[in-house]
Write a protein that binds this ligand. Structure first.
Ligand code: AMP
Ligand code: MG
Length: 351
């Protein structure tokens, strides 16, 4: 057991003594959880193989699942990657932000960081605490989401504590994260470039800069697709799942509500505690043990921000079954539906 130190830090003007204390841990090969604009990350020195191995241990993460490298200076991308595509400067203009690019890895990146692949995932976050920590550490920081493998990603320091207290050295607490879902991951080594994971950077906006961009088929899959060698190993592992069984109901809003209420009644007859993950437009229509709203269906960014927090809350309220409404797939709705489908283990009802 480690003693996990939790430091509150100002999200706009991070106190430098606290950042320095965290950076010292990173430089000495330790683990620090820190806020980014997407979710909280669990950071280690990306160029130190032993330190990165500790991330896998702390999270119980499968060893073949590579980790995103976070930088504070675009020039670092040229040290970490090789054979960069022609339009890389144009793409990097979208940084800092919730966008991760996959490039061919240079020889300085250890296999622990790339999960044994010859590619590396790189992102420059915009959160002031994240940028200050990377800068002060003077090394790129490898950081997956700071949750136990398979659990919903943490959007507050409290979520990190629930999963990793006693397993890591420090948590920097700067309040809830802004975006609430992980970064968009785009593979720039394939032709045409493909989105491997929809996330905080909307596909529609990215397509304006990368004209021939495609969505990798499993991104939108509504059933399990068996891929022998997935381009992103994270794809094949169970993800984002609350402890409760989650059923996702997809379809038009009018029919959706009736179907969900029917399922609620069925499970309640079986003496199960049932929760509904609804939206502002429909919340008042349900009778269940717990009803929560993601936010307005017209505001995908707000729904994304609430998603992982609400999944954890259902667990705290000891719900056995969560029945979730599908939401429109535009803008951040694509990332929300990708997470809900995976969290359900593709237990999807279409109406
Ligand atoms: P997370 O643990 O939430 O940070 O997830 C990181 C995601 O990025 C996982 O789905 C990984 O599989 C993916 N990823 C990281 N590095 C690579 C890489 N070199 N090639 C493809 N996917 C990657
Ligand atoms: Mg994760």
């Amino acid at each position: 057991m480690k003693r996990t130190v939790i430091l509150k830090v100002n999200s706009e003007r991070p106190e430098m003594d606290k950042i320095r204390a965290a950076a010292k841990i990173i430089r000495e090969g330790g683990l620090v959880a820190f806020p980014t604009e997407t979710v909280y990350g669990l950071g280690a020195d990306a160029l130190n193989p032993e330190a990165v191995r500790e991330i896998y241990t702390a999270k119980n993460r499968p060893l073949d699942n590579p980790i995103i490298v976070h930088i504070s200076d675009k020039r670092d991308a040229y040290r970490l990657a090789r054979e960069l595509p022609e339009n890389i400067d144009e793409i990097m203009r979208l940084w800092p932000g919730p966008l991760t690019v996959i490039l061919k890895a240079s020889e300085i990146v250890p296999r622990e960081t790339t999960g044994g692949l010859d590619t590396v995932a790189i992102r420059m976050p915009s959160h002031k605490v994240a940028l200050a920590l990377i800068r002060e550490s003077r090394v790129p920081i490898a950081a997956p989401s700071a949750n136990l493998a398979g659990r919903p990603s943490p959007t507050t320091a409290e979520h990190v504590k629930q999963d990793l207290d006693g397993r890591i050295d420090m948590i920097l607490d700067a309040g809830p994260t802004k975006i609430g879902v992980e970064s968009t991951v785009v593979d720039l080594t394939s032709k045409p470039p493909r989105v491997l994971r929809p996330g905080g950077f909307p596909f529609e906006d990215l397509k304006c800069v990368i004209k021939d961009l495609r969505l990798y088929p499993s991104v939108m899959a509504d059933r399990e697709i068996r891929i022998e060698q997935p381009p992103s190993p994270g794809m094949k592992h169970r993800h984002y799942a609350p402890k409760a069984k989650l059923i996702l109901v997809e379809g038009r809003m009018e029919t959706l509500v009736d179907k969900i209420q029917e399922l609620v009644n069925k499970y309640r007859c079986e003496k199960r505690r049932v929760g509904v993950l609804s939206t502002d437009e429909t919340k008042h229509l349900y009778r269940a043990d717990v009803v929560k709203s993601l936010g307005s269906r017209k505001d995908p960014a707000c729904m994304a921000k609430n998603l992982f927090r609400l999944l954890r809350e259902f667990d705290e309220e000891q719900v056995d079954v969560i029945i979730a409404e599908g939401v429109p797939m535009r803008n951040l709705g694509l990332a929300i539906m990708n997470r809900l489908r995976k969290a359900s283990g593709f237990n999807i009802v279409k109406v």
